[in-house]
Design a protein around this ligand. Structure first.
Ligand SMILES: NC(=O)c1ccc[n+]([C@@H]2O[C@H](COP(=O)([O-])OP(=O)(O)OC[C@H]3O[C@@H](n4cnc5c(N)ncnc54)[C@H](O)[C@@H]3O)[C@@H](O)[C@H]2O)c1
Length: 475
């Protein structure tokens, strides 16, 4: 209740999918609103009729049909059984949010008091967890909303209607392994792996290939890969023919917890990172966590730095959970990934265009991006540079104990905690000065005195920044 099933059904229908809303079907069959029938005939009789109808709908559903189920229906063993051949998606919403949506609304017989509602919500969660192939949330912001799916082995499933033909942009590592799962596609365009692909020259090449392959404004681009492909593909989608739809299929931990969401797309200039870009929200994001099993361990570790960043920003319970994770086992990361997505989606919902709150997501990135530039985008993976940047940011925040704790967490995953001697401190400091978050008074840093309490736009004296970077360099 209050998870947004009816809204999801409505938007899927608008997108062109065939949709069956079991509650609506049931009301037609019962000849009265569900609440009235529930009152009149009792819960047991209602559940019997609901299960019967749901099983019939599921048996008749064709591939690609989206079926909105009643929240209690799946508790019936017959319905759980009938769900097996289908993809079950759990619209995972917390009890408080769901209650806000349904409280005081007529026609919700099981949402009359908050306590009963919270109890039902808690009782049903493990059942949903058990049955679901994917979790889903709506990422909302000023310019629109899009569905996010997180789950294992969901890449090729018809989860959401997308416009026209699919044009895949990927890199050779992700493409080799996963482009086939997205078939049929009108074209698969591959770029070389690595940050170097985030350039205007590569964007031009991709768009010329899209043109030659006949992409139109009514088609969509599928960005399949890590953050590099997501940023590059998203940027091409933002400007190609003044904008085509993009669906993000992130296949790295960095991309699944962070870069695939929020609509920031772009490429680098040799002088500065992410300097050319556009806001372009995805039409949908499908994060298949099974793709992480082929990710090299160093890439998984680099992604963990973004997980630490998100957990620091979100505070507890995520921070404690991440701090205490024994290892980075991709098979067990779904919950943490989903929690990171939820945090990012909440932040972007408040400030899509980065004028305030969203800047918090840049924790560790001011120095992190500068380290990437100073290493010519080759020396460090993005996540590794962010890890180093976090250490500098926590020192600048005066959070010395937390800095020690994060240093230990990074070291335990084999992530760098000191700058390579080949990286020149002056180059890092010069690149910090080019940071996009520069205001009239200087570069605005994100500081964090304790987990969950970030402040943005904090201008810090250059000498202190110098000391924090020198400390990383062991000087
Ligand atoms: N737009 C945003 O909001 C945002 C946020 C954070 C980071 N970013 C950007 O993301 C980029 C970093 O992303 P990244 O860390 O994902 O790097 P990446 O895209 O370079 O991927 C890392 C490596 O993993 C390979 N790979 C990808 N998926 C694989 C898989 N499943 N199996 C095997 N190999 C695979 C890639 O080919 C690459 O070699 C940076 O450019 C950063 O600026 C953007």
């Amino acid at each position: 209740m209050g998870a947004g099933k009816s809204r999801t059904a409505r938007l899927a229908r608008k997108g062109g999918a065939e949709v069956v809303d079991v509650d609506a079907e049931l009301e037609a069959e019962l000849g009265s609103p569900i609440a009235d029938f529930f009152e009149r005939a009792g819960e047991e009789e209602f559940r019997r009729r609901e299960a019967e109808r749901t099983v019939a709908v599921l048996a008749a559903a064709k591939p690609g049909t989206i079926v909105a189920l009643g929240g209690g229906a799946v508790l019936q063993p017959a319905v759980a059984e009938a769900l097996r051949p289908h993809t079950a998606v759990w619209l995972d919403v917390d009890a408080d949010r769901a209650w806000e949506r349904v409280a005081g609304k007529d026609g919700r017989p099981l949402a009359r008091d908050r306590e009963t509602f919270a109890r039902l919500h808690a009782e049903r969660r493990p059942v949903y967890r058990e049955l679901a192939d994917a979790r889903m949330l709506w990422a909302e912001s000023a310019s629109g909303a899009y569905p996010v799916f997180v789950g294992s082995r969901i890449l090729g499933r018809p989860l959401w209607p997308l416009p026209g033909r699919r044009f895949v942009v990927t890199d050779s590592n992700a493409g080799l392994r996963y482009a086939e799962a997205l078939a049929p596609s009108a074209a698969v365009i591959e770029v070389d792996p690595g940050e170097q692909a985030k350039s205007l020259a590569v964007a031009e090449r991709v768009m010329r290939q899209l043109t030659r392959a006949g992409m139109s404004r009514h088609d969509h681009l599928a960005a399949l890969g890590g953050g590099v492909v997501g940023d590059l593909g998203g940027f091409c989608a933002a400007v190609f023919q003044r904008g085509v739809a993009v669906a993000q299929y992130p296949t790295t931990l960095v991309a699944q917890v962070d870069s695939a969401y929020g609509g920031k797309t772009g490429v680098d200039l040799p002088e500065a990172k992410n300097y050319v870009g556009a806001y372009h929200l995805p039409a949908a994001v499908v994060a298949d966590t099974a793709t992480l099993t082929t990710l090299p361990p160093e890439e998984l570790a680099a992604g963990f730095a973004e997980v630490i960043k998100t957990a620091l920003l979100a505070g507890d319970p995520l921070w404690s959970e991440v701090r205490d994770l024994a290892g980075i086992d991709p098979a067990g990361l779904d919950e943490v990934i989903f929690a990171c997505v939820r945090h990012k989606a909440d932040v972007v919902a408040r400030d899509e265009r980065d004028s305030g709150h969203r800047q918090s997501l840049n924790l560790g990135h001011t120095v992190g991006h500068a380290i990437e530039v100073a290493g010519a985008y080759r020396r460090y993976r993005h996540g590794e540079a962010v890890g180093l940047g976090l250490l500098a940011a926590l020192r600048l925040s005066g959070a010395d104990e937390l800095r020690d704790e994060v240093e230990e967490l990074l070291a335990r995953r084999g992530l760098p905690t000191a700058l390579d001697p080949g990286i020149d401190v002056e180059s890092v400091l010069a690149a910090v000065e080019h940071d996009k978050k520069r205001g009239p008074d200087g570069v605005g840093f994100v500081v964090l005195e304790e987990p969950g309490a970030a402040r943005t736009g904090v201008v810090i004296e250059p000498d202190r920044v110098r000391l924090a970077v020198q400390e990383l360099a062991g000087r």
